[in-house]
Write a protein that binds this ligand. Structure first.
Ligand code: FES
Ligand SMILES: [Fe+2]
Length: 406
């Protein structure tokens, strides 16, 4: 839930933000973000190994696993991960990696089966990942089946949203997201159904696009004909949480505004007033961006495909959705959303080219853009402060200060 005290505080903060004449008293000048963080292969390798490969990452929706034995393959996290509903209905994840010589267990994107038989030499595994049969077992000396189970990957959920983490020591997901977990209760994530999912590949470092979804400073320019018509970016309120997570709440320009494209769609009755009547956007570090409304929730993930290529996955989930007979407004709603996404993606390859050129000297961020700085500070903490090459480092300016809410 969002409790009344929090809601009142947010409304007051909107008034404060609208009325202020400068950055708040004591807010620090943020040091420039070095361009090396977007282009330097050594830095990006550290980022991959120490951050992405140890982070909680959204893998998919429980509707993708309708029956016992249903599975899908998640390739965006960097390693191929098989997400499975076992016979008891539990959702599990394994590397899609046969323990004989590494062939994939499945080759398609999704399917249903009673177990997995490797297509290379026929080793067989249960849905729980146990090795049960090996062809010509007599030829292996001392093969211990119990040591040859599929390698599991941590897999936890926020309602129907399935997350994976390749770090076996990772903190449990709900502990990790801290105060967001309680706020998320109002969205009924265990009931929202999968409506649509599509992806866009873009030629830029993943952070070029991630940065764009952490601020609304750009809406007066690139979203002039869309988002800017109904949002008041000057009243925007940010909450920075520990571990890189954050929330941004941008008020509607008119308090009574309702998106005309959703009128008549089913509502999530438990959504409280602030999220129902303003644009709330959550960031689960590092790559999950979610601006929920009471009539549907878009989920965005940003994935590095290489140093200068990335993928944006855009998914919609909604209340009382019937895949066979979707509400007629979904089609136009998703089209409108896609138009906004294209506005955000349009400059990304050129920004990447700029960051690689001698014309780029670093990014000065303002108070409104502080979520970006917060994101980058967390990246350095996850890499290890003394591991980051000095020319790529950002100073820890916000960490441990009053600007972070715990
Ligand atoms: S690699 Fe799977 S059975 Fe040989
Ligand atoms: Fe945008």
């Amino acid at each position: 839930m969002m409790d009344t005290a929090t809601a009142t505080r947010i409304i007051q903060s909107m008034d404060y933000e609208r009325g202020r004449k400068g950055a708040p008293e004591g807010f620090p000048a943020l040091p420039d973000i070095p361009g090396a963080r977007y282009v330097d292969p050594a830095f990006l390798k550290l980022e991959r190994d120490r951050m992405w490969d140890r982070a909680w990452l959204y893998a998919g929706h429980a509707d993708q696993l309708p029956e016992p034995g249903s599975w899908f393959l998640a390739t965006n996290p960097g390693a191929p991960i098989l997400v499975v509903r076992d016979l008891k209905g539990e959702i599990r994840a394994f590397y899609n990696t046969c323990q004989h010589r590494g062939a994939p267990l499945v080759a398609e994107e999704s399917g249903q089966s009673r177990g997995f038989v490797c297509a290379y030499h026929g080793w067989s595994y249960t849905l729980e990942g146990k090795l049960t049969a090996v062809r010509d077992k007599r030829d292996f000396v001392d093969l211990d089946f119990s040591c040859r189970s599929l390698v599991s990957v941590r897999c936890e959920r926020i309602g129907n949203l399935i997350f994976v983490n390749q770090d076996p020591e990772a903190e449990p997901l709900l502990d990790h997201i801290g105060p967001m977990a309680a706020e998320f209760a109002q969205y009924d994530f265990d009931k929202l159904r999968l409506v649509d999912s599509r992806s866009y590949d873009v030629d830029c470092n993943v952070k070029v696009l991630l940065d764009a979804f952490l601020e609304v400073y750009h809406i007066k320019s690139i979203h002039q004909k869309t988002v800017d018509r109904f949002l008041d970016h000057r009243g925007m309120v940010i909450t920075l949480w520990p571990k890189g997570h954050s929330r941004m709440i941008t008020p509607n320009s008119r308090p009574d505004w309702k998106d005309p494209g959703t009128i008549g769609m089913p509502r999530i009755a438990s959504v409280t007033e602030v999220p129902a009547n303003n644009n709330v956007s959550y960031m689960i570090y590092p790559n999950f961006v979610m601006p929920p409304s009471d009539s549907g929730v878009p989920l965005l993930q940003f994935w590095p495909l290489g140093d200068t290529r990335c993928r944006v996955v855009s998914t919609w989930i909604g209340p009382d959705h019937d895949a066979e007979n979707p509400h007629p407004l979904w089609e136009q709603r998703i089209k409108n959303w896609e138009r906004i996404l294209y506005e955000d993606l349009q400059f990304a390859p050129q920004i990447q080219a700029s960051l690689q050129s001698k014309g780029f000297r670093g990014m000065p961020l303002n108070y409104q853009e502080r979520r970006i700085y917060h994101w980058h500070e967390e990246l350095d903490r996850r890499i290890g402060l003394n591991q980051v090459p000095p020319e790529a480092r950002v100073d820890q300016v916000l960490d441990g200060t009053q600007w972070i809410e715990s």
